[in-house]
Design a protein around this ligand. Structure first.
Ligand code: PLP
Length: 450
């Protein structure tokens, strides 16, 4: 690796002087200056290389700088860099066709947005106009984006600063057996009681007031809680029974992450609307969207849809999506995630959990895994308290620092680390990552108690 500490220092200095970073106290962060990236790795200006077990923010599903996608973006830039959304443009038409071919059921119309949050905003708007109702149900332990409606749907502390009754959101508990809200001892109990809780919520809120129910098919940032069999089909039934639009948010879980094109395919459930972003083009150019069912598309067949964006279906982003989907199909990226997830990641993480007292639970599928870190396996007390910061978060900070020292960039959220490498990661790269994770977990172990 070439080093250029001076260039790195200049990048860092301008960042610190002028870049205002997301979700952060600006003086308390220390962003790494990144010189480059390729495949599953990135590196700084000082000669340190990191294996990226985060896929950026869980979006580089085909890794960094895939040559075919970079070339497709360059070709599109040379041909037609941009064009307004009201026109039919080759890259946009083709991206919509390729996405609609893969989305479940009759989700055959695609509304393009710039990212995940605005996809969620538009899905909710479509549901409200379609039903004539306003409220939206969403789960605690969820993330749906940083814009006003999306952050109000979110069920984590990022909502609190923007909490607004005007958003019309009612939160409920989805199943999570390891930290059950339902005193359940089995998955069957957890499923039945979570569905009973959801139906009671609907009945007491008044079904005629509820436009939509939004769920991450598998909650991502909140902890990769794979729903037990029967839960999502049960939710689908309740939505049908009460005339509620079911929105599945696949911004993180979609496009290969779970070892399927879409996580909904794991459960055989077809939503009315499905949001996507991130993996659709591995985030090479910002793109998101909503896949729309026949019935909701029909609502806007003769009456205008009240929404739009200047860059809806931007040609550069759509060309990147066409190339990414092509690469994923040609190179078997979805199959790779499924096979290595089942044969390599699951077994390796379970083996680490056996040896490390700090690992309370391992859960996931495909290239979508979480380790729940605890102070004590019996009591399941989290390694750090909910929403811990500063000194209270020191054990997780020490874990992350140890991983980085060993060349692994870990995804860390509250008391969890997620193993979410690119979906085209190799077995050798995974093994290298698990060795570093092993060393970092030994540091977490020091913070466990008898
Ligand atoms: N929905 C889910 C499930 C997400 O994970 C995210 C981002 O992490 C979003 C929505 C928001 O997407 P974006 O950050 O592209 O606006």
């Amino acid at each position: 690796l070439e080093t250029d500490p001076q260039a790195g220092a200049a990048v860092k200095a301008a960042d610190r002087a002028h870049v205002f970073h997301s979700w952060s106290a600006q003086d308390l962060i220390d962003p790494l200056a990144v010189a480059g990236a390729q495949g599953s790795y990135f590196w700084d200006y000082d000669g340190n290389r990191y294996l990226d077990f985060t896929s950026g923010l869980v979006y580089t599903n085909i890794g960094y700088q895939h040559p075919k996608v970079v070339a497709a973006i360059q070709e599109q830039a040379a041909k037609l860099t941009t064009f307004a959304p009201a026109f039919a443009i080759e890259a946009r038409s083709e991206a919509a066709r390729l996405i609609a071919e893969r989305t479940p059921g009759d989700l055959d119309k695609i509304f393009f947005t710039n990212a995940g949050a605005d996809a969620v905003e538009h899905a909710v708007r479509m549901a409200r106009v379609h039903t004539g109702r306003t409220k939206v149900l969403s789960a605690y332990r969820s993330y749906h984006g940083g814009t006003q409606q999306a952050v109000n749907l979110t069920g984590d502390p990022r909502r609190w600063a923007s909490d607004s009754a005007a958003a019309g959101v009612v939160h409920f508990w989805a199943p999570f057996l390891y930290r059950t809200r339902f005193y359940a001892e089995t998955e069957e109990q957890e499923t039945a009681r979570a569905l009973e809780h959801l139906e009671t919520t609907i009945v007491f809120e008044g079904p005629a007031t509820i436009a939509a129910l939004i769920l991450e098919t598998i909650p991502g940032t909140a902890g990769i809680m794979v729903p037990p069999p029967g839960y999502l089909p049960g939710v689908r039934e309740l939505c049908d029974k009460y005339g509620i639009v079911l929105i599945l948010d696949e911004v993180m879980a979609g496009f290969g992450r779970t070892g399927e094109w879409f996580a909904a395919d794991l459960f055989g459930v077809v939503p009315d609307l499905m949001t996507f972003a991130k993996g659709v083009n591995s985030g090479y150019v910002p793109l998101g969207g909503v896949a729309i069912s026949g019935a909701i598309a029909e609502t806007f067949a003769k009456r205008p849809y009240p929404g739009g964006l200047t860059y809806s279906g931007h040609p550069l982003a759509c060309a990147a999506a066409v190339a990414t989907i092509g690469v994923m199909a040609e190179e078997g990226v979805v199959e790779n995630a499924k096979r290595l997830g089942a044969d390599v990641v699951g077994p390796a993480l379970r083996e680490l959990a056996e040896r490390h007292p700090s690992v309370g639970e391992v859960r996931g599928t495909g290239m979508f895994w979480a380790l729940e870190l605890v102070r004590n396996k019996e009591t399941r007390e989290p390694l750090v308290p909910y929403n811990a910061a500063g000194e209270a978060n020191a054990p997780m900070a020490a874990f992350a620092a140890a991983a980085k020292k060993n060349g692994l960039w870990p995804f860390v959220n509250m008391n969890r680390t997620h193993v979410v490498p690119p979906c085209n990661v190799t077995e050798e790269e995974l093994k290298e990552g698990f060795a570093a994770l092993d060393a970092a977990l030994s540091v977490a172990d020091e913070h466990t108690v008898e």
